[in-house]
Design a protein around this ligand. Structure first.
Ligand code: G6P
Length: 613
């Protein structure tokens, strides 16, 4: 949610900052801006409402901007509508301080009122602008001291960057709460960004800022401290991702590329986690969450937001089926205010691709406060979640740039599957042979998905038929109820078509009233305990003349008879089927959005990482 980039070095910062911003646009894209310190030592900049492309055009058509120190921002509006004036960087009255910010300053209204009383003139409606004016009001010859004094007055979760020609040799950044910042270390140059892929092209060595930390970067290094000035050490992390991971690699969109990466991602996610006897080995990764602790738990609570929540929901069914423990699910924004009943006997599992989602982090804080053990399932190394959880299982999906999550969903479900198998073995809650058979079955998933990707054109043909639908109903049951929810979410997110995921048995309690020839019904009818029930529900849909599309196993002619179209999928164990069954639904959403000319990778109003409540 909002992207921040900083550069200080020997090159012109403008192309570098713009390039890095382009890779962060998934975080927000309603306006963008850049400021630099030019050769004369002046602080100059440009900003524009709209996509980053508008800013690039403005820079190309207007006054050229150049300077070896630069600060840029791409915005997802919270306070103040998207406009040139509200775009960051925002400045003070003197025009000598520029601030970019991600997050929310909760006490900005009070701060702004005080500043107005003292004669400060504001040019935007943002909470961010108070930061620049506060720094100005505290400045007394020492920029760093002024920033520190300012930070002490701010409440809220934020990442921010400060540039000023009072001190043209340094940039200052601070982080408080779930707003990530990484510092990339180059040769005589330094990069700062909200996320690693933005600067991967320039360096693979970075440090990750933690909560309550401030970093001053100069051409030759960085100095990390807390807000009070106590110096801190930090290990430099060597990033293993290659640059190609953050490029489209010949695909029209990142989302399509990421859908096609799924076989490889699953292999990566499984790698080294299943031994030759088909036993899942996670003890080393789980560290402090020891087998003894896991044997002692009496219940499990799962939380997360969006797609991560649905991946968690597949986990709920797997854990109930294999571990036979009570499992509760709640979206993190409800968990945090819903008096969750977790205690020292509970395991709370927090799902998050980014590991930075504000509601999820807060849910974890509440669970920890209640003495629950917390397991994070997360994609981003070094993320907030991975630091606050007692243990983290990483999903190894690599950078995901498309706002709509795809490869990270299947990798989250895969990790959940591994964890359920591991826990069931520890607690001896399911016969070992059954567990080994499922573990063995996971190895077939990459090939199964490969087959489905080859059928992408077939999905596009169906997409052409239903692309004008106003409303689509997705039906599933048991482990594939979350598949229906996730399929519907994908369609909403990128094609802007109203879609509902429903537990198929509930259809007759409401949604059936919506059905007519213009409302396609998409049902998941693969083999398993609910196949026949699903068929009946789809017959009911067909009887209301709704076009019926199904996901079914190759050769299931009986299922094919209830459908106008079948997305054929290979047969895998029912507990593994969510990983396979979601693929045609991802492709369907993608193709409809693409056919309709929608912005697939950056759908309107969304952001990839939501670091505000
Ligand atoms: C946003 C994204 C979704 C994502 C959700 C949770 O809404 O647009 O794609 O599923 O946040 O994000 P997380 O990083 O916690 O998985």
């Amino acid at each position: 949610m909002c992207g921040i980039v900083g550069y200080i070095g020997k090159r012109d910062s403008v192309p570098i900052v713009l390039d890095a911003l382009a890779r962060l646009e998934y975080r927000g894209y309603d306006s963008a801006g850049i400021a630099v310190i030019d050769a004369q030592g002046n602080l100059v900049g440009s900003k524009s409402e709209g996509r980053l492309g508008r800013l690039v055009e403005r820079l190309r058509d207007g006054e050229p901007l150049a300077g070896s120190v630069g600060l840029g921002h791409t915005r997802w509006a919270t306070h103040g509508k998207p406009s040139d004036a509200n775009a960051h960087p925002l400045g003070d009255c003197s025009g000598r301080i520029a601030v970019v910010h991600n997050g929310i300053i909760e006490n900005y209204a009070t701060l702004r009122a005080h500043l107005l009383e003292r004669g400060h003139v504001f040019t935007s409606e943002t909470d961010t602008e108070v930061i620049a004016h506060l720094i100005e009001s505290h400045y007394n010859g020492d920029l760093l001291a002024a920033v520190r004094a300012t930070l002490r007055e701010l409440r809220g979760a934020y990442a921010l960057g400060v540039m000023s020609n009072y001190d043209p040799e340094h940039l200052i950044f601070a982080r408080n709460g779930a707003s990530p910042l990484v510092v990339g270390i180059g040769e005589g140059e330094m990069f700062v960004a909200s996320d690693t892929p933005a600067i991967l092209k320039y360096t693979k060595r970075e440090i990750i800022l933690q909560e309550g930390e401030l970093v001053v970067v100069g051409r030759d290094g960085w100095k990390l401290s807390d807000y009070d000035g106590k110096e801190l050490e930090r290990d430099v992390v060597q990033i293993a991702w290659d640059m190609g991971a953050a490029e489209k690699g010949g695909f029209k969109h990142f989302m399509l590329k990421e859908i096609f990466e799924q076989p490889r991602v699953i292999k990566e996610t499984l790698s080294g986690r299943i031994d030759d006897l088909n036993q899942v080995t996670l003890a080393a990764e789980l560290g402090d969450v020891t087998p003894e602790r896991l044997r002692a738990i009496g219940k499990i609570a799962i939380t997360g937001c969006g797609t991560a929540y649905y991946a968690g929901m597949v986990g709920m069914y797997l854990l109930r089926s294999l571990v036979h423990l009570p499992v509760e699910m709640e979206v993190a924004s409800e968990f945090r205010y819903g008096d969750p009943v977790v205690d020292g006997n509970a395991l709370t599992i927090a799902m998050s691709q980014s590991g930075e989602t504000a509601d999820t982090i807060e849910a974890v804080r509440i669970a920890k406060g209640a003495h629950s053990t917390v397991l994070g399932i997360c994609n981003a190394l070094g993320s907030h979640l991975s630091r606050v959880a007692d243990a983290t299982l990483f999903t190894r999906g690599g950078p995901e740039i498309g706002v709509a999550a795809t490869k990270t969903y299947v990798s989250q479900v895969t990790v959940m599957t591994l964890f359920a198998l591991y826990l069931a073995a520890l607690r001896q809650s399911t016969p070992v042979d059954r567990l080994r058979a499922i573990a063995d079955g996971t190895k077939l998933l990459p090939a199964a998905i490969d087959l489905l990707l080859n059928a992408s054109d077939d999905v596009r043909r169906v997409a052409k038929q239903i692309r004008k639908a106003q409303s689509v109903l997705f039906l599933g049951r048991y482990v594939n109820f979350p598949t229906a929810l996730e399929g519907a979410l994908k369609l909403k997110e990128i094609a802007y078509i109203h879609a509902e995921g429903y537990a198929a048995g509930e259809m007759k309690h409401g949604p059936i009233a919506l059905l007519d020839p213009a409302v396609p019904v998409i049902g998941i009818v693969t083999d398993g305990r609910v196949r026949e029930k699903m068929l009946s529900n789809l017959m009911e849909s067909r009887a209301r003349e709704a076009p019926v599309i199904i996901v079914a196993n190759y050769g299931d002619e009986e299922a094919a008879q209830v459908a106008d179209h079948v997305f054929w999928v290979p047969k895998v164990d029912e507990l593994l089927s969510p990983v396979v069954n979601i693929i045609p639904l991802q492709l369907l959403a993608y193709h409809i959005a693409d056919l309709e000319g929608k912005d697939v990778d950056q759908p309107r109003n969304l952001a990839k990482t939501v670091t505000v409540e």
